[in-house]
Design a binder for this molecule. Structure first.
Ligand SMILES: [Zn+2]
Length: 322
């Protein structure tokens, strides 16, 4: 699945929505015409007067009085139509196609401009593909609770509060410049210090800007990869694996909890290396320190990460215990 695939899926959805709305409007019109044939007569008279009004307008002659007559006639016909429809329990608007978006009439574009509804549909799809859709509603930069971080300096010489503020500032900066420079961040530290929350904030922020984000726990990532290696993957897993390379940002959460073994090490190197070579963004969260990463995985992975990633340590007390 590439960005183009996502776009064409959205346009296909628009086509279906538009055709459905128009088909339903035609069917309802037919039903109401059968109920009261006067409606059909009115519609064809409105059409005819409309054509005459148009002709009069473009004739170039001074015929204001005549044009006004057509206009009044059309208004009268519409009033009659409205009256008949109301008696049947419908509004005048009911005969028009009921588009999901009145602004672009389910086209996604107004002229060459994207309609607002296009961005909403795009974000919805990106949320679905990211694997974290529902979580993001509650976890984003706006809902981040800085007051949970102590302002007292710890043994690192920095307070958890200042530390998290720096991480947020750097993350926001990386998001702003992601088109010029891929985001390569690694968050490490004990559980309960907000690493996953921060990953979600970054993911949401990018998705809302139309970037394609895929979030995977290390456990899920490696189980997909291993099944893929042995040709045992399901269609859904095969699709997910394609997404790992295609997406704009890959979030690998909880690295080190997947049950590291001889199989997972080259897989991890492959994913990281391929994305680095393609200038694609990666965000990793882990409970392992950089030294543990080197011991647990390999020197190669360690040097790839220390060479290309900005590394941030999360400090403080476990917030979940408070
Ligand atoms: Zn629209």
């Amino acid at each position: 699945m590439t960005r183009d695939d996502i776009y064409s899926a959205i346009f296909e959805e628009y086509d279906n929505d538009r055709e459905n709305a128009e088909r339903r409007a035609r069917a309802l019109k037919r039903k109401l015409y059968d109920k009261d044939p006067r409606l059909e007569e009115i519609d064809s008279e409105i059409m005819q007067k409309g054509v005459e009004l148009f002709r009069a307008s473009v004739s170039g002659r001074d015929n204001a009085e005549q044009k006004e007559k057509f206009r009044l006639k059309i208004n009268a016909l519409n009033r009659e139509k409205d009256y008949i429809l109301k008696n049947m329990g419908y509004s005048l608007k009911a005969l028009e196609p009921q588009y999901k978006c009145d602004i672009c009439k389910d086209r996604g574009f107004i002229g060459s401009e994207r309609c607002q509804c296009f961005n909403i549909r795009l974000a919805d799809r990106l949320y679905d593909l990211s694997n974290i859709g529902p979580m993001l509603e509650n976890e984003n930069f706006d809902s981040f609770d800085y007051s949970r971080f102590s302002k007292e300096k710890g043994k690192d010489g920095i307070s958890p509060y200042d530390n998290i503020m720096k991480i947020v500032m750097d993350a926001m900066g990386a998001i702003d410049y992601i088109d010029e420079k891929p985001l390569h961040m690694l968050f490490y530290g004990n559980s309960g210090l907000g690493k996953t929350f921060m990953c979600n904030c970054i993911a949401k922020s990018l998705i809302d800007r139309g970037y394609f984000v895929v979030y995977m726990s290390a456990y899920k990532l490696f189980s997909y990869m291993l099944r893929f290696r042995f040709g045992r993957e399901t269609d859904k897993e095969a699709e997910a694996i394609k997404l790992l390379n295609e997406c704009d940002l890959l979030v690998i959460d909880d690295l080190g909890t997947e049950g590291v073994n001889a199989g997972t090490i080259p897989e991890l190197f492959d994913i990281i290396n391929t994305r680095l070579l393609n200038n694609k963004s990666i965000l990793i969260s882990t409970n392992l320190s950089p030294r543990d990463i080197s011991k647990t995985y390999s020197e190669r992975i360690f040097s790839r990460i220390t060479g290309d990633f900005s590394i941030y340590k999360f400090i403080g007390n476990d917030m979940r215990l408070k």
